[in-house]
Design a protein around this ligand. Sequence first.
Ligand SMILES: CC(=O)N[C@H]1[C@@H](OP(=O)(O)OP(=O)(O)OC[C@H]2O[C@@H](n3ccc(=O)[nH]c3=O)[C@H](O)[C@@H]2O)O[C@H](CO)[C@@H](O)[C@@H]1O
Length: 357
Amino acid sequence: MANAPIKLLIAASGTGGHLFPAIALAQKLPDYEIEWLGVPNRLETQLVPKQYPLNTIAVEGFQQGFGFASLKVLGKLTGSIIEVRRILQQGKFQGVLTTGGYIAGPAVIAARSLGLPVIFHESNALPGKVTRFFGPWCTAMALGFAEAAQYLPRAKNVCVGTPVRSQFLDQISHASLDLAIPDNVPLIVVFGGSQGAVAVNQLVRESAPAWFDAGAYVVHLTGDRDPDAGSLKHPQYLELPFYDNMAVLLQRAAIAISRSGAGSLTELAVCGVPAILIPYPFAAEDHQSYNADVFTKAGAALTFKQSELTAQKLQSQVLDLLQSPAELTKMGENAQAIAVPDSAEKLASLVREVVET
Ligand SMILES: CC(=O)N[C@H]1[C@@H](OP(=O)(O)OP(=O)(O)OC[C@H]2O[C@@H](n3ccc(=O)[nH]c3=O)[C@H](O)[C@@H]2O)O[C@H](CO)[C@@H](O)[C@@H]1O
């Protein structure tokens, strides 16, 4: 009789940055029976149910300080630990993988209290508070950037890179870009993480006319909460709230202007795209600046603090780069040198090692 498949619960919730790596990993474990743990009304409810059964629990983060609101959160956390224990026991799961965030707390506590192995994947260069707190309890800590290990001295760290969606690893042909961009023009791609970045959008709209004069096209992914969407019109300018086919788009890009979430950076590295990075200034503990530092130090990107960047400065930096093809090539090569294209396989091997032994 064939062995029953291994059952793995994946706790990944919230943003593209947490979900895409987990989905990429899951696709590398086709012989496993995988279920998901998420939160109602977050991105997982759109991305996951087509592929994996989704269990949802109510969980949220602690506020600063410890008041009545935090007591309520503590109550919810206790309830969610009990709920995850029930899911793990009833489903006879043999292990848990999490990509961090609020969902990781109840997932790690419930699994470890039942003696189940936990693999934690942290994609940021500065691990989040939840990762630092729960890291030592996990069976393995998989890191997106080697730089993160210094903040996790008691965890069992293994650097595996961050898995990218399978579209980034498939053969990509420029012909399949379904946007009207002529061949042989420099393309600037602007995106602000999975939600868009209104402040970056404003700087780009002010700067772009000089880039058009220099012959460049701009594809601007604005997110769906930009009050100025639609305000700039130009034949060399394409504005979209969100675009799915990022792999083909980034392959075609001469320069990217981006926030520095771990997911975005990983994709820029895999596609070898030179970048101007503007870390999101309100990200928890300024972790996007730590991510950006890795790329700046490698010579793959130029990083600017949002508070210090004017439209004029952004405009001239991009023009300088457009006029320095050798510099762009070098930055692209440096970006590719950081990439771990087989990260999903590496993480899948780690999961097998931890869960099956
Ligand atoms: C605001 C914030 O705190 N964001 C965090 C969040 O990621 P968040 O999801 O905001 O940002 P990431 O850069 O990690 O990922 C964005 C993803 O969205 C995709 N995309 C974006 C625009 C678009 O039109 N189409 C599209 O597919 C990108 O290709 C990328 O895969 O979790 C990451 C992983 O912990 C962190 O590093 C980020 O700092």
